[in-house]
Design a protein around this ligand. Structure first.
Ligand code: SAM
Ligand code: SF4
Length: 325
């Protein structure tokens, strides 16, 4: 097999890069109310360091990059990083996952810098509930962000909704209707039990979500652009799509194609395993490009066969917002 692969012969061509652990929201499923212990400025990789790692990864076979966080748009000058990454010839797709609150400010410059598309996290269409779920956020800022992303041509825009029983599951139909009436591409995500403050009773499986949507008609399987684990469907007469992501009820590890780079420079072979390989210290000690590639290969080769979320095994080392989702 050419390119990068792990020890189970899975091709690895996708790098998720967390550029910050900071966030302007405090979503109940992602962060504790009081926030997290933040990394210091020196702990965070510079854009030059991220670029250097991505060049080495691209030489090995990484073709797609996603920028995430924390909230990536709270880091100053993100467009300059996008511009640097877009000049790496082997990288053919650069995408961003954002909470959308700052997107109306940055959509045009991100597009001009080479960003292709965005995923926007949005768990409710009700302003009061948005405040509750994000602990204080403003829904309008996200809706404006979605508009601005569309106007800037950051397409397709995917809307990610973490579905939680008793919290926002009453809005499944409203989000599904957006795929018919406004051509939205919505992805329903099973809630992963990271935050121990949240009751496990808030879990809703994709099968249950599908039952709730049955009144809207048959979901026709379809294909849709992406590098991820979602399975896509279309409702009758819908321009947009509905994707389902099942990290808990049906793991998709057998087709996992990704590595994650944390904001403080650790390569994480699996979101749900605490294993990490440090790149920051070797980089700052001046390792050669060959040595850097050897570490990246080592991370790929050490990807576990699968996670054990269904059996309740959850990493304890970092909050979700530090690993990048
Ligand atoms: N701040 C950005 C955002 O919210 O899109 C990027 C980082 S966030 C950690 C990335 C994704 O992880 C978001 O779509 C978020 O909804 C998802 N996420 C966070 N905690 C989760 C959980 N416990 N279960 C499922 N998805 C989660
Ligand atoms: Fe911030 Fe995204 Fe986590 Fe919400 S899901 S707290 S927006 S990092």
């Amino acid at each position: 097999m050419t390119g990068l692969s792990d020890s189970f012969q899975r091709p690895i061509d996708y790098l998720r890069i967390s550029v910050t652990d900071r966030c302007n929201l405090r979503c109940i499923y992602c962060m504790p109310a009081e926030g997290i212990n933040l990394l210091s400025h020196e702990d965070i990789l510079s854009y030059e360091e991220i670029h250097q790692i991505t060049v080495a990864a691209a030489d090995l076979g990484i073709k797609k990059v996603r920028i995430t966080g924390g909230e990536p748009l709270v880091r100053i000058g993100l467009s300059s990083l996008i511009r640097m990454l877009s000049q790496i010839e082997a990288i053919d797709d650069i995408a961003l996952t954002t909470n959308g609150t700052l997107l109306s400010q940055y959509a045009d410059e991100l597009k001009a810098a080479g960003l292709r598309r965005v995923n926007i996290s949005l768990d409710t269409l009700k302003p009061d509930k948005f405040k509750l779920i994000t602990r204080g956020g403003d829904l309008d800022s996200v809706l404006e962000g979605i508009e601005a992303a569309g106007a800037a041509g950051l397409n397709p825009i995917k809307i990610n909704m973490v579905v939680m029983a008793g919290i926002n599951d009453d809005e499944l139909i409203d989000f599904a209707n957006k795929t018919i009436n406004e051509g939205w591409h919505v992805r329903f995500i099973e809630h992963m039990p990271f935050n121990r403050e949240m009751a496990s009773s808030s879990f809703l499986s994709v099968n249950e979500m599908r039952e709730r949507l049955a009144s809207l008609g048959a979901l026709e399987p379809c294909t849709f652009k992406g590098n991820g684990p979602a399975k896509y469907y279309r409702l009758p007469q819908a321009q947009g799509t509905i994707g389902f992501i099942t990290p808990v009820s049906e793991h998709f590890c057998f087709r996992c194609n990704r590595l994650r780079l944390t904001a403080d420079g650790k390569l994480r072979p699996c979101l749900l395993s605490e294993q990490e390989i440090d790149l920051r210290q070797p980089l700052r000690q001046g390792i050669s490009d060959e040595e850097l590639k050897r570490l990246i290969k080592k991370a790929a080769e050490s990807k576990p066969r699968q996670h054990n979320l269904a059996r309740g095994s959850v990493p304890q080392d970092r909050p979700f917002s530090q690993v990048g989702g």
